[in-house]
Design a binder for this molecule. Structure first.
Ligand SMILES: Cc1ncc(COP(=O)(O)O)c(C=O)c1O
Length: 374
């Protein structure tokens, strides 16, 4: 099979042939064989966060945002008040969806090149007793910054506040242990670090929280309590399941376990990240974030100052060499992003750097050095 372009993006991402082949079968949603796939998948997902016994996992059709929206709709009562810790685009999205759903929402803004602050959260919670829930993005994929999940969870636990974590781009690659990190809900999706295809999200919810969540949701489709109760009773999804996506995820999960689980996956992505950064730095590029706050998921690089640089032309030239880059998401500085996740290793990252070097030569970009170094 001819190789597809390698996706250096935060999802959809490059998947293995085994995962793609798992979609070559049609499943009946009511059939016991498909019910067994869903049940097995839920059991394995819970194992990754060590949530067996204490948590449930509720899958939901749709892209990742659908699952974030469903988590807020289901967990936060209509009279609740969500404080969103904001240091980037996905934080802003959580704030927006919470506001649109009619939940009182406060945004605690931070700089985009800094992690969110447990100290600032502490004073915000002291200053407003009406806050019932905190929203956190674990890895803010807009830049790639890693936010301090454990420290934020500890502050929320001390204050008796609920915590909703969007761990979309970190789950399965970075350690998350539900026995240590107290969260109400933690959201991830099929097409990220588990290396499945996009099309379903899933939300880990503490048992006492899901049991008390009946009637919170304003929306039928987004009601994870309803989905959970139905799934527990019948083994089935409430509405048409993304059968091929579920089958692909079950196959991707087998490969995840064969690889050695979260620690092995995290180590491969860290090696990808190191190979990418070393190669790009050698071409003059400068990462937007300091290394110590960078998650090994996606890298933001400053755009080169060379007048020959134009993102669209650069993107096309890199694509012609077999690699798909990702545009930047920052408003103040011109950047582009390169993902290190997916069924790829350091060898592909080194090839990607060679593709960037080839594109620079073709376009006459002498160096990747930006006008404003970080
Ligand atoms: C942190 C984060 N939240 C949410 C999402 C969900 O986005 P989508 O609805 O496009 O899958 C993503 C996707 O990359 C993400 O990285």
């Amino acid at each position: 099979m001819e190789r597809d372009a390698i996706l250096l993006t935060p999802g959809p991402l490059t998947t293995t042939e085994r995962t793609k082949r798992a979609m070559l079968r049609d499943w009946g949603s009511w059939d016991s064989s498909f019910i067994a796939v869903t049940t097995g998948l839920r059991r394995q997902l819970l194992k990754i966060v060590h949530g067996e016994g204490s948590h449930v996992v509720v899958p939901l059709q749709g892209s990742g945002t659908f699952a974030v929206e469903a988590a807020v709709a289901t967990i936060v009562p209509k009279t609740g008040h969500v404080l969103v810790l904001d240091n980037g685009a996905y934080c802003k999205r959580m704030g927006r969806l919470s506001t649109l759903m009619g939940r009182k929402t406060t945004i605690l803004g931070h700089a985009e090149d800094q992690p969110v602050s447990p100290t600032e959260l502490e004073s915000a919670l002291r200053g407003d007793a009406s806050i019932s829930h905190v929203g956190l993005i674990h890895c803010e994929t807009g830049t790639g910054v890693l936010n301090p999940l454990q420290a934020i969870a500890d502050v929320c636990a001390r204050h008796g506040k609920g915590l909703i974590v969007d761990a979309m781009s970190s789950f399965a690659a970075l350690p998350i242990d539900a026995r240590e990190v107290r969260f109400d809900a933690l959201v991830a999706a099929s097409g990220k670090c588990l290396e499945g295809v996009p099309g379903m999200g899933f939300v880990f919810i503490r048992k006492d929280v899901i049991d008390g969540a009946a009637g919170n949701s304003h929306s039928l489709a987004m009601d994870l309590h309803d989905q959970h109760v139905y799934m527990e009773k019948t083994g089935q999804w409430r509405f048409t399941p993304p059968t091929h996506v579920v089958a692909a995820l079950a196959e991707a999960m087998r490969q995840f376990e064969e690889e050695g689980g979260q620690s092995a996956r995290g180590a491969r992505y860290a090696a990808n990240c190191a190979a990418l950064v070393a190669g790009m730095k050698a071409l003059g590029f400068v990462p937007f974030l300091k290394a110590e706050i960078q998650a090994p998921i996606i890298l933001t690089f400053h755009a080169p100052a060379d007048p020959a640089y134009d993102f669209k032309r650069f993107y096309d030239a890199v694509k012609a060499r077999g690699f798909i880059l990702y545009p930047g998401k920052l408003t103040q500085v011109e950047t582009f992003r390169v993902g290190c996740i997916g069924a790829i290793g350091p060898a592909e990252m080194t090839e990607a750097v060679a593709a960037v070097a080839g594109a620079m030569k073709e376009l006459g970009i002498r160096t990747g050095t930006p006008a404003v170094p970080a």
